[in-house]
Design a protein around this ligand. Structure first.
Ligand SMILES: C[S@@+](CC[C@H](N)C(=O)[O-])C[C@H]1O[C@@H](n2cnc3c(N)ncnc32)[C@H](O)[C@@H]1O
Length: 606
């Protein structure tokens, strides 16, 4: 069917109309030379359009900008990897990562891997859940956190000892991290014509610190030996190379920027930049201006030159040319010197209104930023993307970690207390976080995405419903709820307002009934893999993989540090009829029953 369609469209519209992307492994990605509008309107393409729609709905096809598929390819994902997608919505790359972990397993067999997909905004998490539902995976957890404060769920020392000999995780650590940060999005300028009107250099400046903080948190959560991909769909070096330079500077010898020029050789890419201009105006300095001026060690934005007046820098009317190779990634500079030396070509001082008081601490690092990759539209008729691949060589030291996360106040007493952060940095960090969030929501929100969100049928498994749990009766037998009842009630009070806690479903009577009704082999790992929500009257029961189960157990131990908005695969749904709870089975049952296909491939393997 697909080959026939492709052949027909190619004959009619020329070979270039549909062609495989040469750089995507296994010919699994194809480029389509038609806009959405053409596909919808052109009668001749009708059956092909129908085919695309159907295959997209069932999860066989995902339609997305070609270059947006590049970053996950550089993660070199294996089927047992724990992967964190820090800024995941709308989820096209999450979907790709899920495809990768399932690829090498027979359908129905679950990989040992796990994808944790996170986004800051609840509505965008809903969009992510909606878009990944087609994957029908038991190996996904969706969380809702500020990526720069993503919890590590570390067990306190005494717990940790007890866990040592089990293979269970003692904290969150990931083999692979995708850090596809919020950005100005100017790489989409060929498609999003609005961008031409909106773009200004301040957009990148405003996002730079947030991007650094998110990526630093990623490095802290990355296993030694693990890979992290930093990516944006922006061409602005302030959001790209300047961020990478700052990551390398902050993490010292713990992280290296990988040369991946031999990977995906068919992909046309350009080397990262070593010099760029930063417009010395805009919100960046405003962000810092509300920090008391008597505070020492104020961190200056890393996209600016250290400007110690040495060779290699010159200023051009408000622009500072930055040369990373010559000097540093622009840190803790002496502001007096900065003021002295930042004069434009006419000798007029730049930034005379800036009152920073910084210590002089200029590093002269030579970062191999050419190893970053720039994909530009005119090389292979695509959108633009920036990608950097980082490899963790050793753990970050205490100081480096300090800056990567502010502990959630609720987590106090549950995990080991982090070392106290220096006041000035903490204040600066907190102030800028609030500002960054405001900025990000302005820069990132697109009317199109919000419109799509409103039309979504949401299935985010969360509820504000505080009604008491329904009496659980199955096949006329009172369930033996007593044992699990107390813990259920205890867990009902979630620390995350509006998000019901995830509970392991332990009702033996119900589980036995399910096993006998569906003829599931006793050897099939059902017990301990079924979860539900505390206030879910419909009693939706989800199936989770072993990897997800382990993380859930860890999360319970650490006092629910993870705000989980969705997980696993919906497998059974019970409905309350007059006398009993029935588990939905198939269409031969009365009209109030329904079959959940989503979990069938797993059950069939039992
Ligand atoms: C570039 S988009 C990610 C695209 C996504 N990786 C994909 O391929 O579909 C950036 C995402 O980051 C989210 N975001 C913005 N600020 C964030 C933060 N501080 N922490 C986590 N996510 C954030 C936005 O809501 C947005 O969905």
């Amino acid at each position: 069917m697909i080959l026939g369609d492709i052949w027909r469209v190619s004959c009619e519209y020329g070979e270039d109309a549909i062609r495989p992307l040469p750089w995507y492994p296994g010919n699994l990605a194809w480029h389509l030379n038609f806009s959405r509008k053409e596909l919808r309107k052109n009668q001749a393409l009708e059956s092909f359009h129908e085919f695309l729609k159907h295959e997209s709905e069932v999860g066989n096809i995902t339609r997305q900008e070609a270059v947006s598929m590049v970053p996950p390819l550089f993660l070199n994902v294996q089927p047992d990897h724990h992967i964190l997608d820090m800024c995941a919505s709308p989820g096209s790359k999450t979907f790709q990562l899920l495809e990768m972990i399932h690829q090498s397993k027979e359908p129905g067999l679950l990989p040992g891997a796990l994808v944790m997909a996170n986004d800051l905004y609840v509505q965008r998490c809903d969009l992510l859940i909606h878009n990944t539902k087609r994957m029908c995976t038991a190996n996904l957890i969706v969380t809702n956190h500020e990526a720069q404060n993503f919890p590590d769920c570390s067990l306190a020392k005494d717990y940790s000892e007890a866990y040592k000999d089990t293979c269970k995780p003692q904290g969150l650590e990931f083999d692979r991290i995708l850090c596809d940060v919020p950005c100005s999005g100017d790489g989409t300028i060929r498609k999003g014509h609005e961008m031409w009107r909106k773009w200004n250099s301040g957009m990148g400046n405003q996002l730079h610190l947030l991007q650094v903080n998110i990526a630093m948190r990623g490095i802290a959560l990355l296993k030694v030996g693990g890979r992290m991909v930093y990516s944006t769909c922006s061409m602005n070096p302030v959001e790209n190379e300047a961020v990478v330079a700052e990551l390398l500077r902050r993490s010292g010898n713990s992280v290296e920027l990988l040369d991946v020029s031999s990977e995906l050789p068919e992909l046309v890419r350009r080397p990262g930049l070593s010099t760029w201009k930063v417009q010395d105006r805009g919100c960046w300095f405003q962000t810092h201006d509300d920090v008391p001026h008597d505070k020492k060690n104020v961190v200056l934005p890393s996209m600016f030159t250290s400007s110690n007046g040495t060779e290699g820098s010159h200023t051009v009317r408000g622009d500072v040319e930055v040369n990373i190779d010559d000097r540093s990634s622009l840190r803790n500079c002496n502001i007096e010197e900065t003021s002295k030396n930042n004069h434009d070509m006419d000798g007029l001082p730049i930034n005379t209104n800036k009152k920073f008081d910084c210590t002089s601490n200029i590093l002269n690092s030579k970062f191999p930023l050419h190893r970053c990759m720039r994909i530009v539209p005119h090389d292979q008729n695509s959108g633009a993307f920036f990608i950097a691949v980082l490899h963790k060589l050793s753990p970050l030291n205490g100081c480096q970690i300090q800056g990567t996360k502010i502990q959630h106040p609720l987590a106090k007493g549950i995990t080991a207390q982090p070392q106290k952060e220096p006041e000035s940095e903490t204040r600066l960090y907190k102030t800028s976080l609030t500002r960054q969030q405001n900025i990000v929501s302005k820069v990132v929100d697109s009317a199109e995405v919000l419109g799509r969100q409103q039309n979504l049928s949401m299935d985010n498994q969360t509820s504000n419903d505080n009604s008491t749990e329904v009496e659980m009766v199955f096949n006329g037998v009172e369930s033996s709820r007593a044992e699990s009842g107390d813990s259920m009630r205890l867990q009902k009070q979630s620390r995350w307002k509006g998000v019901d806690p995830v509970l392991f479903f332990k009702d033996e009577v119900v589980i036995k009934s399910i096993i006998s009704f569906f003829g599931i082999k006793e050897s099939f790992p059902l017990r301990g893999h079924l979860v539900t929500r505390s206030t879910d009257n419909a009693r939706r029961i989800y199936y989770v993989s072993k990897s997800v189960k382990n993380i859930l157990e860890l999360n319970t131990e650490v006092g629910e540090q993870l705000k989980i908005v969705s997980l696993g695969i919906k497998m059974f749904v019970s409905i309350k009829c007059s006398k009993c709870m029935m588990f939905f089975t198939d269409s031969r049952f009365p009209s109030n029953t329904q079959f959940f296909f989503t979990g069938i491939h797993i059950l069939l393997k039992s």
